[in-house]
Design a protein around this ligand. Structure first.
Ligand code: PEP
Ligand code: MG
Length: 595
């Protein structure tokens, strides 16, 4: 018998408390299948039968997974449709059968050989978008090998809702967690601002990432408590502890409900200093979540997820319809459309990483778009066309030089002229801004401000690049410190440059939505904060309980401190003193404050 109440600690990635049984996703089949030659026609028939059964099983599981998506997330089913289609793709389906028949390979080896050819073919293609589709193909390959090995993969049609436990989940896999059967998820890899964590928040699924040995320590069927607020996981909880967590869960949900009641009120401080609280969204349908939580607009539309969820490059018309949907739903509020930011941890797969040693420092975001100008122009055209349906502004990610911004703006102007020639309407004065997420952009902020209509500080990347801490690497997650004196000084510098140039400055990294940091950010002069829709009610609640003078004082004092530990302690104490009811539940730093 295992002892009760065994704790595991991870990084809280998406808030909420869940109690339930675990479902451990089996490891990707990484061992190379062995080549066992077949001798008799019966053996060949048997292997063909095994392969066809594996395909059939995969199809049934994928359809069940798609059907179990909650209604509001049906559109995430696109990713699953791609995989269902791939199951019958000639190069895998027919080639595997041919190899079994003609080469007398066993099913695993034939599938492996067919997959190798597909992989080589993908790798030989220069187009990074098509190359990126290899992730879907790889998931299909793994699923088939797992079925052949008799292992379970994504069979979420379990009888009861489960807490998913996996070594790693890519952002694309995380979007598949929308099943009503998934209570929450736990991964061994990942950090608080990895895109997988961001997806969990936008799907409102509690999650804990970076849990050492989770797939070894937890077995399918184990009863668990997962606390997405503190990152704690309790294995085999006894009745008393389960009861106390049920009470904490109830308390948290009641508090959340209370806070949500004020989420449609304006975000003004008690001394009437106005702020704007906007939503970060990944897919058009999430705009409803933004509206539900009282967003003053969209401060970041991460457009790459629209590309990720379908198999072909979206056409201008498809993009236009998606953008128009968001713009119309939000009108007359502002929608900030960020141009394609692929690379880094998106298109995540081992194979996708292979060509670049350091994808975070590679052909990512604006660098990719300036190279693949056809894709970029198509997107810019769609954005401009959507601009007449409400208020739109565009922003360019990962700007690291004035030339990049000039080049992006030049292409934007060319596309405008094209639309003009075609007689297609667009907002000729649509603002174009720069994301500040590379230290070079901070240093150049005063120069960039002459070319930008606004700035938006992307702290997820800015912290990663400024402190040299991989945002998705749990080994260094404790060094990923938003209140690091260097980060605070960078924010101050960007705000000062924007002030001199009289352009607005927003923040759209995860830091902007963290209740602990909001007063500091206001005090530093960032009054436009964009965050996961779910975080909006709490952000507004805090802003409505503080004065701008108090916020400035907290920022001033924090800037005087020398080490990040001192800043963290100071801010945590201040916030705990002012908002004890919030910090009872919320924040990783609350660990320092627990009695
Ligand atoms: C950021 O880097 O802070 C940001 C908002 O962009 P993303 O998280 O999509 O990289
Ligand atoms: Mg970024």
């Amino acid at each position: 018998m295992t002892p009760n109440n065994r704790p595991l600690q991870g990084i809280p990635a998406s808030p909420g408390i869940v109690l339930g049984r675990a479902k451990v996703l089996s490891e990707h089949v990484e061992t190379q299948p062995c080549n066992c030659l077949l001798y008799s026609p019966e053996e060949i028939e048997e292997q063909l039968g095994r392969f066809l059964k594996a395909v059939e099983q995969a199809e049934t599981d994928l359809i069940a997974l798609k059907d179990s998506l909650s209604p509001e997330y049906q559109e995430h089913g696109h990713l699953l449709d791609v995989q269902i289609l791939m199951l019958k793709e000639r190069m895998i389906f027919q080639e595997t059968q041919r190899l079994i028949r003609e080469k007398r390979y066993n099913a695993e080896w034939a599938l492996f050989q067919a997959w190798q050819k597909v992989r080589e073919l993908f790798q030989g293609i220069g187009d990074p978008y098509i190359k990126g589709r290899i992730q879907d193909a790889e998931e299909v390959y793994r699923r088939l090998q797992s079925n052949l090995a008799g292992k379970e993969v994504w069979n979420l049609s379990a009888d009861e809702p489960v807490i998913i436990v996996a070594r790693d989940l890519s952002p694309a896999e995380a979007t598949q967690m929308t099943s009503s059967q998934v209570l929450g998820f736990i991964t061994e890899r990942g950090g608080r601002t990895s895109h997988t964590a961001i997806i969990a928040q936008s799907l409102e699924i509690p999650a804990v990432v970076g849990v050492d040995f989770a797939t070894r320590e937890i077995a399918t069927g184990d009863p668990l408590i997962m606390d997405g607020l503190t990152g704690q996981i309790i294995l085999d909880p006894d009745e008393a502890l389960s009861r106390s967590y049920q009470a904490r869960k109830k308390d948290f949900e009641a508090f959340k409900g209370e806070v949500a009641q004020a989420s449609n009120l304006p975000a003004i401080t008690t001394d009437e200093y106005p702020t704007q609280i906007l939503a970060n969204i990944e897919l058009p349908e999430e705009v409803d979540l933004g509206l539900k939580y009282g967003a003053d607009g969209v401060g970041l539309l991460r457009t790459e997820f629209i590309y990720l969820r379908q198999r072909h490059l979206p056409t201008e018309e498809e993009l236009f319809l998606d953008y128009r949907r968001v713009v119309e739903a939000m009108a007359p509020r502002m929608v900030t459309i960020r141009t394609l930011d692929i690379g880094g941890d998106k298109f995540l797969s081992h194979l996708e990483y292979a060509p670049e040693m350091n994808p975070a420092l590679g052909l990512r975001a604006i660098r990719f778009c300036l190279k693949e100008q056809k894709i970029f122009r198509t997107q810019l055209k769609a954005i401009l066309r959507s601009s007449v349906y409400g208020r739109v502004r565009v922003m360019f990610p990962l700007i690291s030089s004035v030339r990049e911004l000039q080049e992006a703006r030049r292409l934007l102007e060319e596309v405008k002229q094209e639309l003009q020639r075609e007689g297609t309407p667009f907002d000729a004065r649509m603002p174009a801004g720069a994301m500040i997420e590379v230290p070079a952009a901070v240093t150049l902020a005063h120069l960039l401000s002459r070319q930008a209509d606004f700035f938006s500080i992307g702290t997820n990347d800015l912290i990663q690049y400024a402190l040299a801490i991989d945002r998705g690497n749990k080994q260094v997650a404790d060094m990923y410190q938003p209140l690091h004196p260097a980060v605070m000084r960078m924010i101050r510098e960007v705000v000062n440059a924007a002030r001199v140039a009289r352009i607005p400055v927003a923040m759209c990294g995860e830091m902007a939505g963290d209740p602990l940091y909001i007063p500091v950010l206001l005090g530093l002069g960032v009054a436009e904060l964009s965050m996961n829709a779910m975080a909006i009610p709490m952000a507004k609640h805090i802003i409505r309980l503080i004065t701008i003078e108090e916020a400035r004082k907290i920022a001033r004092n924090a800037l005087r401190l020398v080490t990040v530990e001192e800043v963290n302690d100071y801010v945590a104490q201040e916030m705990n003193r002012r908002f004890p009811e919030i910090f009872r539940f919320v924040h990783a730093l609350a660990a320092n404050l627990e009695p």
